[in-house]
Design a protein around this ligand. Structure first.
Ligand SMILES: C[S@@+](CC[C@H](N)C(=O)[O-])C[C@H]1O[C@@H](n2cnc3c(N)ncnc32)[C@H](O)[C@@H]1O
Length: 366
């Protein structure tokens, strides 16, 4: 049950999602700052800014991702970029608490922070409506982290995603939602959340895992209607709890790549682990020594004995698998080449074995 108190004790899933949020912004900020004068970061369900155990909440984590960034002092574009943080929170006590927390943090002139009391569903459209149609949105990252399903309006996140260069990270506690899918009273909320009736595939399913899978897959589909790239990450709790997912949606392959890198680098927190769950049949655990055999299998299935460019393999790895081209692809190709099952050539350069510079053409021989 969602807590009634202004501040509450964090659950293990909270720390896991915070770790990912921070990792991603650590990568996103310097890249985006290099090419843009302004960036917007939205926390749509901001909370009070701190947990009862003293740990920072997501607004402070998002703010510190910039203020505490190792590159802020060393990269000129990081010092120059104008950042606007919008923290939206419905509960008066929590927004007051958040304002108190924010007041303690010294901020340079290029960082604007707005704590907005109100409902995300109402406040975000006002902000979007204020943007001239021809301007598009300033590159925006939105973290959407409601307690449950009634608070969230997917039509709005699709609207955010409809603007170029916007990315959304959404937390979905499916075990909570799945318990109610057969109750007629919650149907309108879920239809609003999904933007259609696709969530109803979860109805009538006998077990909780089946309902969670149906809700998950329908949500991937719903996000795909407005974002080209969608991946979901499951947080697997210390005691093995499953069904808690983070969804990342973006129109940009670079955003997807950075999010995947963040996932592969995020340390387990208090035993909680992450898995890529985009294809629910093929959970891939993020581990320090990942099992790359499924990537090798997928590459062979995709390209068969046809010659392909390394760039095609990079794109396939990024878009169609849980793995990261920058971290895993060449390692897998090297293993296959060492086994004598791969030929590679470069049309214009002499190629060294086990290297795959741009333009390399590869063929699996077995
Ligand atoms: C899961 S908590 C957020 C935790 C926070 N994101 C963090 O990680 O520290 C969800 C918050 O959303 C707030 N909330 C509920 N409905 C809302 C709405 N419609 N718009 C904005 N905030 C809402 C709740 O009061 C609660 O503080």
């Amino acid at each position: 049950m969602p807590p009634n108190e202004t501040i509450w004790a964090a659950e293990e899933h909270t720390f896991a999602k915070h770790r990912l949020l921070r990792r991603y912004l650590d990568a996103w900020l310097p890249i985006m700052a290099r090419h843009n004068h302004r960036l917007v970061l939205v926390d749509g369900f901001a909370g009070p800014g701190r947990y009862s155990g003293g740990q920072p909440g997501s607004p402070l984590i998002m703010l510190d991702a910039y203020l505490g960034h190792a590159y802020r002092a060393t990269l000129p574009h990081m010092a120059r970029v104008e950042l606007t943080y919008l923290f939206i929170e419905k509960d008066a006590g929590r927004i007051n608490h958040l304002e108190g927390e924010l007041a303690k943090i010294a901020r340079p002139a290029n960082v604007n922070v707005y704590a907005i009391e109100g409902s995300f569903d109402e406040e975000m459209p006002k902000l979007l409506d204020g943007i001239p149609a021809d301007k598009g949105l300033v590159p925006t990252f939105a973290f959407i982290d409601p307690f449950g399903y009634t608070e969230h309006d997917l039509q709005l996140s699709s609207r955010i995603l409809g603007f170029p260069r916007c990315e959304v990270l959404i937390y979905m506690p499916f075990p909570f939602i799945a318990r109610f899918v057969d109750q007629p009273t919650i149907a309108p909320a879920l239809t609003k959340l999904y933007g259609d009736e696709s969530w109803r595939t979860a109805q009538g399913k006998a077990t909780l895992p089946e309902r969670i899978k149906a809700l998950h897959d329908a949500f991937v589909g719903a996000l795909h209607r407005s974002a080209k790239y969608v991946r979901s990450f499951e947080i697997i709790g210390n005691g093995g709890s499953t069904g808690y997912h983070l969804f990342f949606a973006t129109g940009h392959p670079l955003g997807l790549e950075k999010m995947k890198e963040a996932m592969w680098k995020v340390d387990p927190v208090g035993g909680a682990r992450f898995a890529d769950s985009t294809q629910t049949g093929q959970l891939v655990l993020f581990e320090e020594q990942p099992d790359l055999s499924s990537l090798a299998r997928d590459l062979r299935a995709q390209f068969g004995n046809r010659e392909f460019a390394i760039e095609q393999a990079e794109r396939f790895t990024l878009e169609e698998t849980a793995f990261c081209p920058s971290l895993h692809l060449k390692q897998v190709l090297r293993e296959i080449e060492r086994a004598g099952e791969l030929d590679a050539r470069h049309p214009t350069q002499t190629r060294r074995r086990n290297t795959y510079p741009p333009g390399t053409l590869v063929t699996f021989t077995q």
